[in-house]
Design a protein around this ligand. Sequence first.
Ligand code: UDP
Length: 237
Amino acid sequence: MASSYKRILLKVSGEALAGDNSFGIEPPFLQAVAKQIADTARSGIQVAIVVGGGNIFRGMAGAADGTDRVTADLMGMLGTMINALALSNAITRQGVKSKPFSAATMPSVADTFTARDAKQALEEGFVVVLGGGTGNPFFTTDTAATLRAIELECDVVLKGTKVDGVYSDDPKKNPEAVRYSQIGYDEVITRNLKVMDTAAFALARDSHMPIIVYALDEPAGLSGILEGKGLSTRVGD
Ligand code: UDP
């Protein structure tokens, strides 16, 4: 079955690039993520990616150590740019055109993100890798993912995580926990199920942007998930 999606936004957390380590980029994991993305792009789907930076620096952690929060978040956003350059390059090495964009102006590093330029690149067949989050402190790359998906008129947000969907309870602690195949926005809120942070989720709900939560190591891969194979949860109306 072919996928019905034309343009998707994939959120790749910093954690996914660090693999078994808590810090930095592990080349085998970077390559594995890049390969899944390249396979999806080769199938004709336009792919935009928002990368996190938790493997390099988190603003909250910096603020807890005494750095002022705005500075700490700028450091976090720069971390996401390092990941964006690494991932974009790894996708290119898989034989698929890719272009990094930055939310903050740094012309010698990457083009500054505008929805217009990013859309054009998508239409030209580039996988666009968006670093720098929203460009604002006090936000997360989950919020950036939802925002960019709406701006770029994507059909869906894919959130690759360590678990294969949204569960009724923490599956590591409660063996009775069940995975939802589909769940509504309001149910996620009333049941306090952690899908994304509140700002990201509110944005998705208000714009009716569906979110698919799946495990990054899902054997069917990203392409399989988009074809309705494998395990995942779809959050939507
Ligand atoms: N960040 C920010 N504004 C944004 C996105 C990210 O200030 O719009 C900073 C923030 O400090 C955050 C860090 O960048 O802790 C890394 O992003 P995030 O924690 O979302 O990465 P992930 O958990 O997905 O690896």
